[in-house]
Write a protein that binds this ligand. Structure first.
Ligand SMILES: *Cc1c(COP(=O)(O)O)cnc(C)c1O
Length: 374
């Protein structure tokens, strides 16, 4: 059925960036000399330093994945009781809270950039609240100033899920500099990746020390194990992938920016389609390209999802369902408490986004969407 240049090869919603085979081979060569494969090796330490520089943060603690880093960060900070968060996120955020024995309390999101709405946070604070876990979504930043104000006023910790925000800055300040700590994911589908991997960024040296111990089973010294930790360490092959990808990440983000502009040019003209707000002062990483289909569009998110699939193009209902409606929570939370998030989750589609997405494929995707809207 194909008359396109891609010979109808599938277009996936994300595509991992890869260094050349030669570059990666060169990077891992000395692992054969050292035979040091994991446990805070040379590659790990080098990546840690380079990321501190790149993200402009004081400390980085590297992990086996983003989820484990968030889970252990909440544990290390001794968070207790209730945590105010957003249901408009990947399930990992909510699971990390619940797996720490904490109670998530869900605030609503803003209609224009899909991040947690500070106006809905304060009324949810009780004497049991100890932290806020906001999520930077799609490469948009949360309203970090308003969140900081609320946190200061009520003496709450703030831990950002910054899995979508690698390399994002606001007025030159990196996403990892806000709150008490920020979690980054380096999963293969993210803007910067180490195959699997993650990190906590924080100014707090004590927290970083505690994380170092908790990601290594709680071992303090050979004979003293004084923390109930887990295994969260990043291995040398993952770190080597990170060292390679970091050399190219600026170029990757620049290419994503061109893809986003192309989409915007085509889609902003269409009736009933809402694109994410461009945030003043924020340099995005264009991690995802969300499109919201309002009633005026004359189509629906699910219809567009299916139409794209007919063309072998795979978009993602992201984030859908909301995490406060998941089967595993058996109706414990009320989705009607977060009406904006509920509405957006039914209308939003993230369409394919990667540095290597070609102009004719972008046009083809926009043609399919345009056809649905007509
Ligand atoms: C990817 C992601 C995570 C989890 O990160 P992993 O590295 O896959 O464990 C958490 N939160 C959000 C918002 C994510 O997108």
């Amino acid at each position: 059925m194909s008359d396109n240049n891609r010979n109808n090869k599938p277009v996936l919603v994300t595509k991992s960036s890869m260094p050349s085979f030669e570059e990666y081979s060169e990077e891992i060569r000395d692992i054969w000399d050292s035979v040091w494969l994991t446990n805070f090796g040379k590659k790990h330490n080098k990546l840690q330093e380079e990321l501190q520089d790149y993200l402009g943060v004081k400390n980085i603690s590297l992990f086996v994945n983003g989820h484990m880093s968030l889970e252990l960060c909440l544990q290390a900070m001794g968070i207790e009781g209730e945590v105010i968060t957003t249901p408009f996120t990947f399930v990992s955020t909510t699971h990390a809270i619940i797996r720490n024995g904490l109670t998530p309390v869900f605030a609503d999101i803003k209609e224009d950039d899909y991040t947690i709405d500070p106006a809905s946070i304060e009324s949810l604070i009780t004497e049991n609240t100890s932290a806020i876990v906001p999520v930077h979504v799609y490469g948009n930043l949360c309203d970090v100033d308003a969140i900081e104000q609320i946190a200061k006023k009520h003496n709450l910790k703030v831990i950002y899920d910054a899995a979508h925000a690698f390399g994002v800055t606001r007025n030159g300040v990196g996403a990892g500099c806000f709150g008490d700590a920020s979690m980054f994911s380096f999963h293969a589908t993210k803007v910067f990746h180490t195959i699997e991997g993650g990190a906590i960024a924080s100014n707090d040296d004590k927290l970083i020390e505690e994380l170092y111990r908790l990601k290594d089973f709680g071992i303090r010294s050979e004979e003293v194990i004084d923390g109930v930790g887990a295994n969260g360490k990043m291995n040398e092959f993952a770190a080597a992938m990170g060292l390679c990808n970091l050399r190219h990440v600026d170029e990757e983000i620049e290419k994503r920016s061109c893809v986003a502009s192309h989409y915007r040019n085509r889609l902003s003209k269409l009736r009933g389609i809402k694109l994410s707000k461009i945030q003043p002062g924020v340099k995005s990483n264009y991690a995802y390209f969300p499109v919201v289909f309002t009633d005026e569009s004359g189509t629906s998110r699910d219809e567009v999802f299916e139409a794209l699939k007919q063309h072998n193009i795979y978009s993602r209902k992201y984030f859908y369902p909301l995490t406060n409606s998941l089967d595993c929570f058996e109706g414990r939370f009320d989705v009607n408490m977060t009406p904006v998030a509920l509405d957006v989750s039914k209308r939003v589609l993230t369409i394919p986004m990667s540095a290597s997405l070609e102009a004719d494929v972008i046009d083809e995707i926009c043609d399919v969407i345009e056809e649905c809207v007509k």
